[in-house]
Design a protein around this ligand. Structure first.
Ligand SMILES: CC(C)(COP(=O)(O)OP(=O)(O)OC[C@H]1O[C@@H](n2cnc3c(N)ncnc32)[C@H](O)[C@@H]1OP(=O)(O)O)[C@@H](O)C(=O)NCCC(=O)NCCS
Ligand SMILES: CC(=O)OP(=O)(O)O
Length: 336
C-alpha cells in the first residue's frame, strides 16, 4: 500500500467533513468525485448550486454526494457575518464589509464554516496564492492554545528512496514564514516533529538545515541556525534533533558520519527544517519536479483548526491527498 493510501484508510475510519471553497476550479470538482467515491471525507462545496452542478456536469464529474452551500441563500450566512464582525471589529471590520467579504470571497466563507463548527476542516489554494489562502485562516482561526506560531510544511513522498522514512519526509517551513528568527525556527522544528509523528507514525528525526555542517562555514545565516538548534534542544530535550547540517550530512548516512561524527541525527533525518522560505519552497519544488516526489501541502501546523493550502500547480490527486491529511489532523484534534 502506498504511503498516501495509508492516510486515506485512516481518514475513512472516522469520516470528517471538509469544505472545498474553490468551486470555480475544475480540479476541485474532479477531487470531490474521487474523495466521495473512495469515502475519504464528506465534502461541502461553496458556491451557487446550479453553477457548480453545471460545471461538474460539463466534465462528467459526479459530485452528487457533496453538499453545496450558497452564501447568498444559506440561512447560516447572517450568523457568520455577525461572528466575523465580532472577531475583527478591533481591526475595523464593519457589518457591511463582513457581508461583502462573505458573499464574495468563498475562502473566508469556508474558514467561517470551520470556525463555527459547520465543517471540520478546509482545503483551498488550487487557484489562490498561499498568502491569499492563509491570511483569512490566520486572521479568523488564530493559533492553537500553547502555540505561538503557525507554520506550513510539505509531506514529501520520494519514490525509490532509501533516505528518511522510506522516502517520506516533512519539509518545513516551505509555505508560510518568510524569514524566521531562531526562536521561530525552533518552533517550526517542534511542530514539524509532531506533524511527522501524526502523519508518518514513525519517530521524528529532525535536522536544522544550513549551508554549513557543525561550523564548516561562518556567516550570520549559519549563526541563526546554530542558535535555533540550541533553543529547540533546550525546549524539546526528548526530541532527536540536531544541526546545523548541510542536506547531505542530514540524510545520507556515510556523509553524516564523516561530517558530523557522533550525532544521533546526522545521516538519518526525516524532518528537514529549512533556514528560510526561499530554501524551503525551492527545495520542495526541486524534489517534487526532479525526483518526481509526491508533495502534499502546504499543510499548516500550530493553527487552531485544520485548514490546509495547495500549490496552484497541484493536481486533483494532490487535493485528494491533502484532504486525507486534513481529515487525519481533524481526528487528532478530537483526541486532545
Ligand atoms: C501569510 C501572510 C500573507 C501573512 O502576512 P500578511 O498578509 O502581511 O498579514 P499580517 O502579517 O497582517 O497577518 C495577518 C494576521 O495573521 C497573523 N499571522 C501572520 N503570520 C502568522 C504566523 N506565522 N503565525 C500566527 N499568526 C500569524 C497576524 O498576527 C495577523 O493577525 P491579526 O490580523 O489578527 O493581527 C505572509 O506571511 C506571507 O505572505 N507568507 C508567504 C506566503 C507565500 O507566498 N508562500 C510561498 C508559496 S507556498
Ligand atoms: C506552495 C506554493 O508554492 O504555492 P503556490 O504555487 O500557490 O504559490
Amino acid at each position: 500500500m502506498g504511503f498516501i493510501d495509508t492516510l486515506k484508510e485512516r481518514a475513512k475510519a472516522n469520516v470528517k467533513t471538509i469544505v472545498l471553497p474553490e468551486t470555480e476550479d475544475k480540479r476541485t470538482l474532479a477531487a470531490t468525485e474521487k474523495i466521495l467515491k473512495e469515502g475519504i471525507a464528506k465534502v461541502i462545496l461553496v458556491g451557487n448550486e446550479e453553477a457548480v452542478k453545471k460545471s461538474a456536469a460539463e466534465d462528467g464529474y459526479d459530485i452528487s454526494g457533496a453538499q453545496i452551500v450558497d452564501p447568498a441563500t444559506s440561512e447560516k450566512t447572517q450568523g457568520y457575518i455577525d461572528k466575523l464582525v465580532e472577531l475583527r471589529q478591533k481591526k475595523g471590520m464593519t457589518p457591511d464589509q463582513a457581508k461583502e467579504i462573505l458573499l464574495n470571497q468563498y475562502l473566508y466563507y469556508g474558514v467561517m464554516m470551520v470556525k463555527m463548527g459547520d465543517a471540520d476542516g478546509m482545503v483551498s489554494g488550487a487557484c489562490h496564492s498561499t498568502a491569499d489562502t492563509l491570511r483569512p485562516c490566520l486572521q479568523i482561526l488564530k493559533t492553537k492554545p500553547g502555540t505561538k506560531l503557525v507554520s506550513a510544511f510539505f509531506l514529501m513522498v520520494v519514490p525509490n528512496c532509501e533516505y528518511g522514512a522510506n522516502g517520506a519526509f516533512v519539509f518545513a517551513d516551505s509555505g508560510l514564514n518568510q524569514n524566521p528568527t531562531s526562536e521561530e525556527l525552533a518552533a517550526i522544528a517542534a511542530s514539524s516533529a509532531e506533524s511527522f509523528e501524526l502523519l508518518v507514525q514513525e519517530k521524528p528525526i529532525v535536522a536544522m538545515l544550513s549551508h554549513s555542517t557543525k561550523g564548516s562555514a561562518k556567516h550570520a545565516d549559519v549563526d541563526k541556525v546554530v542558535e535555533a538548534t540550541k533553543i529547540a534542544k533546550e525546549q524539546n530535550p526528548e526530541l532527536a534533533l540536531d544541526g546545523e547540517f548541510q542536506l547531505d550530512a542530514a540524510i545520507v548516512p556515510s556523509v553524516g558520519a564523516s561530517k558530523a561524527p557522533g550525532s544521533e541525527v546526522a545521516g538519518k533525518a526525516n524532518v528537514l527544517v529549512f533556514p528560510d522560505l526561499d530554501a524551503g519552497n525551492i527545495g520542495y519544488k526541486l524534489v517534487q519536479r526532479l525526483a518526481k516526489a509526491e508533495a502534499y501541502g502546504p499543510v499548516t501546523q500550530g493553527i487552531a483548526k485544520p485548514v490546509n493550502d495547495l500549490s496552484r500547480g497541484c493536481s486533483a490527486d494532490d487535493i485528494v491527498g491533502v484532504v486525507a491529511i486534513t481529515a487525519v489532523q481533524c481526528q487528532a484534534d478530537d483526541n486532545k
